[in-house]
Each structure stands twice: as C-alpha cells, then as structure tokens.
Design a protein around this ligand. Sequence first.
Ligand SMILES: NC(=O)C1=CN([C@@H]2O[C@H](COP(=O)(O)OP(=O)(O)OC[C@H]3O[C@@H](n4cnc5c(N)ncnc54)[C@H](O)[C@@H]3O)[C@@H](O)[C@H]2O)C=CC1
Ligand SMILES: O=C(O)CCC(=O)C(=O)O
Length: 450
Amino acid sequence: MENLVDRFSNDFMAFVKARDPNQVEFHQAVQEVVESLAPYLLDNPKYLRMKILERLVEAERIIQFRVPWLDDQGNVQVNRGFRVEMNSAIGPYKGGLRFHPTVNLSIMKFLAFEQVFKNSLTSLPMGGGKGGSDFDPKDRSDQEVMRFCQSFMTELYRHIGPNTDIPAGDIGVGGREIGFLFGQYKRLRNEFTGVLTGKGIEWGGSLVRPEATGYGLVYFVGEMMKARQETLSGKVVAISGSGNVAQYAAQKVIDQGGKVVTLSDSAGFIHDPEGIDRDKLAFVFELKNIQRGRIREYAEKYGCYYQAGKRPWSVSCAVALPCATENEIHREDARLLLANGCQVVAEGANMPCTPEAVHEFLRAKILYAPGKAANAGGVAVSGLEMAQNNMRLNWTREEVDGRLQTIMKTIHEMCGKYGRQPDGWINYVNGANIGGFVKVATAMLAQGVV
Ligand SMILES: NC(=O)C1=CN([C@@H]2O[C@H](COP(=O)(O)OP(=O)(O)OC[C@H]3O[C@@H](n4cnc5c(N)ncnc54)[C@H](O)[C@@H]3O)[C@@H](O)[C@H]2O)C=CC1
Ligand SMILES: O=C(O)CCC(=O)C(=O)O
C-alpha cells in the first residue's frame, strides 16, 4: 500500500506539473491534498474511475482581464485582474479578492483550490473561487483606490452575481475596497444584492464578519487544546501579520487570557515581552486601518524590540498563529519553534507553512492545523452574511458569533473523524483534506460528468 500511495501521488503530481509547469504555489497546495487523499482514493476507486481529482484541479473557469485606471497625476496605469472559478459542485463560487503586487495565476489557483475544501468544511453551501489583482493599494490615495476598484468591477460584474459567484476580501481588500466594488456593481447592474460579502453593516453586511477569521482561528485553537485539557489562558502567543486576521486573532487571544507578544508586517516584526494589551492593540488598529502605517511605529511608541526584514518565529512561545501570507514558516523556523517549546501552530493565513515546515510539525506530533480548517471562520460568516441577505434581515452579534463557534467546533470534529490516529493524536492535515473532499466529491459524482 505504501508504495502504491507514493506512486499514485508522484504520478498525479507529474500530471499536474506537466500541465502548468510554472505554477509552483498551485503545485504546493495540490501536493498537500494529494498526499492526504491518496490512501483514501485507493480505498474508494469510484472517485478514481470518475476522475474526481483530475476535475478538482482543473478550474471550471478562469477569467483574466485588463484593469486600466488613472492615478492622481492623471497618468494611465494598467493592472491585471483575475477571477478563478474553481468548483461549484456544492454552491456558487465563493472566496476573496487579493490586491497585492505578487498576485499571479499560480497564487490565484492555489487560493481557489484551497477555498473549495475550506468552504466544504464549513458545512454551508458554497463552492470555491478566488480573485484579485497585482494592484498595490499601499501608498495609494483613497481616490486612486476607488478608481481602481471601479475599473476592476467594470469587467468583473458580468461574471459574478448572488447566485453565481460572491467575492469578498483578502490581503489588500478590506471594508474600504468592498465598498467601492459594491457601489460600482450596484450602479452597473441597477440592483441591490448580496453579491459581495464583508459589506458595511449599514448596507447589507453581517455583524462579526470583520472579526470572523481571527475569532474563528482562536475558537479552533480552543477546540484543539481542549483535547489536552488546556486553554489559552496564560499562554505566550506569537502572531505574524498585523492586518485583519492578525488583529482579531490577537483580540480574541487577549480576551481568553493569552499573552500576545509579536506582530509583523512585510517590513519586519515587533516583540513586546510585556504582552500587547487592549490599549496597545487599539493603537495597532488605528495604525494599520486608519493611518495605514508600519508596525515599526509600535516599537517606536512602546519602546520594544523591532527587527527589520525578519519574521517572529525565533521568539519563544507556546502557540504560534501565522496570519500574514503564504510560505512564511520554513523548515528552520519550524525547528526553532519546536526547540523553543511551541506546542500549537494554527494557520490564520492561507498556506503560511512550507511543506518542509509542515512535516516537522507532523513528525513532532504537536497540534498543527492547516488554514483550510483553522481560518474557515471568515468564509463561514460570509456564508451567514449571504443567508441574512437572502432573508433580508440581520442577526444579532450573539447569534452570528454563536453560529461561528458551532461551525468551528464542527470543523474540528470533522478533522478528528478523518484524521485521528490509533494513538489518539489528530493529523489535522489529513482530517481537513479528506473531510473537505468527501462532500464535494459526493456532489460531483451525483451531478455526472460536468
Ligand atoms: N480576511 C479574511 O477573511 C481571510 C484571510 N485569510 C488569509 O489571511 C492572511 C492575511 O489576510 P488579511 O489579514 O485579510 O490581509 P490584510 O491585508 O488585512 O493583512 C495582511 C497582513 O500580511 C502582511 N503581509 C503581506 N505580505 C507580507 C509579506 N510578504 N511578508 C510579511 N507580511 C506580509 C501585511 O503587512 C499585513 O499585516 C492571508 O493569507 C489571507 O489569504 C484567510 C481566510 C480569510
Ligand atoms: O469570505 C470570503 O468569501 C473569503 C474568505 C477568503 O478569501 C478565505 O477564506 O481565504
């Protein structure tokens, strides 16, 4: 069986790589899934006969388009826009938009592929998609961001809709961008629908959507630790990033009595051994969401350590929550975290750990949760926003937060169902991949060769 599994995985990856040789991030995401699924597929040949995996790695549709816009000096700028509509077997395409200079088709496809499994795990009826642009909102004025968003939506609007494809935020796309995108969609279509999630509360948004990814991550960590009769209370927590996911993860860790000692951005990280308390976190919210400044300014204000060009994984911690971007924990970082006593790693970002780092965590049998399980709270509350839009009513904060907690608990149970080893330890990678696969594959089998 061992050899058969390896041969199957290697052959399948050779097939994927031959089709798109340069899409390294996409290969990385597929490889992780294939390694988990191979034994399950070999035991269930109906999926092999119907080429479910071959269909899953081929997007149903990819849209690539030109985004021309005028900057504040009146110069014409041209960016590239994408929407990858990966799989709609269990619901309309759903997933965020990323505006970042590194965006390319490989990154869009890896994110859309991950989204299919993640959305399935939420137990809500959402297919998977992802989109974005190589536009960099950093250092752009609000007017420039608005003109860019309007141009982006002027092409995207014809491909999306509340029952077709519902984008949301991701890196570089927050409330401001969703507002501009929604305004242009409404103007072009002449209809007010729940076509985007992450909307403002006054115009169709859901309470708790801004907090949902970070809060959901911490709820998931709570479930993982419960099995070891532990909680976050008193634990030292290292967080990377300082955007949406990092901010609300930090807030919930502090609420639960944990001590957050690091944050970062693309320029470096801060280490505050005293802990980032509520007042200091309020400064970070203001710095990042209003001033749009750099995390270095936190160290300048509070007189703590800042290191440029590095990530926070050398800092001793019990829990690590990578919440910035992909491939930010490498093998050496993983070894350092383990050597310093880290026992829990849960991914707020999508694919922040390289495959070598993941193998280190799995070999050490710590509690390690991949993003498609641990950060699914964001898209789950997006699904709840869609439900509220369809009913034309708003749930209370308690109602949405309660449902989010239940969803994260259910995802955790799903990981246990498919990932628990004979010694009781849960391989969350296998659990999330198989758990996410089964529902989508069952729907695909039922719907014929489409
Ligand atoms: N916003 C959401 O609801 C969800 C986001 N995610 C993932 O969480 C991660 C963070 O997203 P958000 O917080 O929404 O974005 P954001 O734009 O609010 O924040 C991104 C953060 O990452 C940092 N960053 C960006 N590039 C970096 C680099 N090369 N090195 C170090 N830091 C870098 C930024 O400085 C910022 O702190 C991403 O991987 C995203 O795909 C996952 C699920 C849902
Ligand atoms: O809320 C959504 O639809 C998008 C969330 C997202 O992009 C993600 O889960 O990575």
